[in-house]
Design a binder for this molecule. Sequence first.
Ligand code: CA
Length: 216
Amino acid sequence: MHKILLCEDEENIVSFLRAELEHDGFRVDTAPDGGEAMRLFTENEYDLILLDIMLPVKNGLECLREMRKTSRVPVIILTARKEVYDKVAFLNAGADDYVTKPFDTLELIARIKRNITRRGVAPSQGLHIYKDGYRAVVAGSELKLTKTEFEILLFLYENADRVKTREEIIRAVLGDFYGESNVVDANIKNIRAKIAALTEVEIIQTVRGKGYAVRL
Ligand code: CA
């Protein structure tokens, strides 16, 4: 499921857009000002950012420049027709697209999908697990996994987008056996190598100091 950060201070736009995006299957975090936007951006992984220009605390251009220091995540700028602003400055700062308020929701969602796909995270590239058949498929090809590798991947897949600690993974997959937590690291390393042979998309994410998460 794709995750969007909506940075917007107009409450009616936030509540309307959140409902529309969630209805379309996106997960949405919202930030009413640039400070909160940067806090959420730093602490989470997003597939796309919707960024209003006139934001309290820190404006959209400042946020965009800061985001681009560490990330190539697609950013769509939300502009008001009456706002006079320098489009070139936003493009130079690394914006991918922009829409003018009031916008057509269907058009915005189409642009969101196009920008996410352009980045290479097309749904068909992702991970699918067929539990009954004990099959894990990435980018249309089957992963050849050991039983432990399969069960670790299945556990993360069933808890997609949630961070699981090494201990949680061991408990879920190896039952009462409390082995060395590097058992998990070794298996994840193998799974990643097998995934990397099929796609460039990073499916298993390491969350430093916490554990691992599968991103769908
Ligand atoms: Ca605004």
